[in-house]
Design a protein around this ligand. Structure first.
Ligand code: GRF
Length: 214
């Protein structure tokens, strides 16, 4: 079992508009996720919409980029220190475009999650982000795509899958119309996944994630 914790202190990492962050925030505000708080929003991009939304909600923000540090090690040390300072016990990646260093993944083993706009292990890996995912889905001819929430491990788009939900691909879809349909489901599924962590219902065994009481 991923240790049930007293209260979930979530750090959201986002590089862009932050609609998934907003979906999480709304779910917490509406008490659909019990015992949870977003304690920090971090971005490598000072212009990220997510940072702006966080400021509007008086949530601490952090602009942290590798470029501000001489070495990768210093960057990771600063990042870990900030997570510790804010007593973070769950990191939710929401459109975060940078790879996390193994030291961060190790420190937060099974406590970093990501949302991917397709059904993993398909349509993943290098270059598979944003509209490129939906372009590849349409080009492949599959009739079903979807959303995956997974635990982050050392390999890109690879860690154990927590939740998945299917979304139909329609004949007339463009990458944009498909992206919009998938995004709506992302906004439902990510809060559902975080709720499972808040309730201590997530058990990881190898590549399998079991959802339940114990
Ligand atoms: C989402 O499609 C998510 O699945 C992917 O990046 C996108 C982020 O969108 N990882 P937003 O910034 O949350 O609006």
């Amino acid at each position: 079992m991923v240790n049930p914790v007293e209260g979930l202190h979530i750090a959201v990492f986002a590089s862009g508009r932050g609609s998934n962050f907003q979906a999480l925030l709304k779910a917490i505000e509406e008490k659909r996720i019990p015992n949870a708080e977003i304690v920090l929003v971090m971005s490598n991009n000072s212009d990220a919409g997510a940072l702006e939304v966080a400021r509007e909600h008086n949530i601490p923000t952090l602009h942290l980029s590798q470029k501000q540090f001489a070495t990768e090690e210093e960057f990771n040390r600063a990042l870990l220190q900030m997570l510790e300072n804010h007593d973070v016990n769950l990191v939710a990646l929401a459109g975060y475009m940078k790879r996390l260093h193994a030291s961060v993944i190790q420190r937060y083993r099974n406590r970093i999650i990501n949302i991917h706009p397709a059904l993993l292990p398909g349509f993943s890996g290098k270059g598979m982000f944003g509209v490129h995912v939906h372009e590849a889905v349409i080009a492949s001819g599959v009739k079903v795509t979807g959303v995956t929430v997974h635990i982050v491990d050392e390999e890109y788009d690879h860690g154990p899958i927590v939740l998945q939900r299917a979304v139909p691909v329609e004949d007339h879809d463009s990458p944009e119309t498909l992206a919009a349909r998938v995004l709506k489901v992302e906004h439902q599924l990510y809060p559902e996944a975080v709720r499972l962590f808040a309730e201590g219902k997530v058990r990881v065994n190898g590549r399998r994630v079991y959802i339940g009481q114990d």
